[in-house]
Design a protein around this ligand. Structure first.
Ligand code: HEM
Length: 332
């Protein structure tokens, strides 16, 4: 097994060694025959799995019934077309049972990872209010308040982009990449790997490599900024893995994280609730991903101040439009 401790030291990343023990999911990947007979949270997962499978089956049914044109509307339509095209090919792996599994894969791989990253991102803005302020100042300078931030705006938001990348590096939400198996005898970095050897990619070893990052165990957005403040990405930044089987949802995930993070910070200032003085940045194992402990933060609307200024300048704006700054608690 991996030497975890090399890359996730307790005091720096806040990830306790206890949480580094393999999840039931990982154990199931390794020993499915054994885990099927053992009690534990994975048994509940099996029943949830059936729930998502039945959702997948009903979506497929709905797509087949509602399709009016040849034009595919989405992934399920594309997949159903592929099944149709390959129906006479005995080698084809495209069938409805497989589509149900693919829908499940996309759901599981695409929800926990992105939402956990966002949970870390929001928490870190509370932990580092100066960084939050810089992000908001950059957003305000690049995008007018009334405008929603689009993904293209990232080109004009180098600091914000660097902060997001650093969150993904520093609080990497997966402990390891997907387990793989050698299809044939191979040599990796001089190590002989026999056919069928299980490979567990240790992605964090790159994200925390002291030869690649100035302060690998500190949250430091400058890892992604050059001397002039321009954004750049290093080769060692591989949260989505690399190679032919890298994360299929990378582009979607990047877009989601950027849009949620920037639009939230454009609209709100995040801070601790009144009376709360401490935050916990330790990690806890969620489902698939590593998450912060549940926390409460206050999201104070920022527009209120902007609208107030606008109202002072043009008094015809109705009083009712002026939202009083209020603190809405978010439980994340
Ligand atoms: C922060 C968000 C995400 C992170 C950090 C992440 C990371 C990863 C990593 C490390 C892998 C393993 C790649 C390998 O084995 O080399 C992977 C695989 C995968 N990811 Fe993501 N992912 C994220 C979001 C998403 C989203 C949004 C989707 C889809 C909607 C998605 C779908 C998948 C799928 C289907 C695979 C398996 C690809 C394959 O085996 O060929 N992921 N992801």
């Amino acid at each position: 097994m991996l030497d975890w401790t090399g890359h996730w030291p307790d005091q720096d990343s806040g990830l306790s060694l206890r949480s580094l023990s393999p999840t039931p999911l990982q154990l199931y990947e390794l020993f499915p025959w054994l885990m099927r007979h053992l009690p534990g949270p994975h048994q509940k997962a099996f029943s949830c799995l059936e729930h998502i499978h039945s959702f997948g089956r009903s979506e497929i049914r709905r797509h087949k019934e509602n399709r009016e044109t040849d034009e595919p509307r989405d992934f399920i339509d594309f997949y159903l077309d592929e099944i149709n095209k390959k129906k006479d090919d005995p080698e084809s792996t495209f069938d409805e049972a497989n589509l149900v599994h693919v829908i499940y894969d996309l759901f599981t791989a695409g929800t926990d990872t992105g939402s956990s990253t966002l949970c870390w991102a929001l928490l870190f803005m509370v932990v580092y209010p100066d960084i939050q302020e810089k992000v908001q100042a950059e957003i305000d300078a690049a995008v007018t308040r009334s405008q929603r931030i689009s993904y293209e705006d990232r080109m004009n938001l180098p600091y914000t982009n660097a902060v997001i990348h650093e969150i993904q590096r520093y609080k990497y939400v997966l402990l390891v990449g997907n387990f793989r198996q050698c299809a044939k005898d191979a040599t990796i970095f001089g190590f002989p790997m026999k056919k069928d050897t299980v490979i567990i990619p240790d992605i964090a070893s790159a994200l925390y490599d002291p030869e690649e990052w100035e302060t690998p165990h500190q949250f430091n957005p400058n890892h992604f900024l050059d001397k002039e403040g321009n954004f750049f990405v290093r080769d060692a930044f591989i949260p989505f893995s690399i190679g032919k089987r890298l994360c299929l949802g990378e582009n979607l995930a990047r877009m989601e994280i950027f849009l949620f993070f920037t639009n939230l910070l454009q609209a709100f200032t995040l801070r601790l609730p009144d009376g709360v003085r401490e935050f916990n940045t330790n990690a806890v194992r969620g489902g698939l991903a590593v998450q912060p402990y549940p926390y409460m933060i206050c999201a104070v609307p920022r527009k209120a101040t902007a609208w107030k200024r606008e109202q002072e300048a043009s008094p015809e704006i109705l009083e009712a439009d002026v939202t009083k700054p209020s603190c809405c608690s978010l439980v994340v």
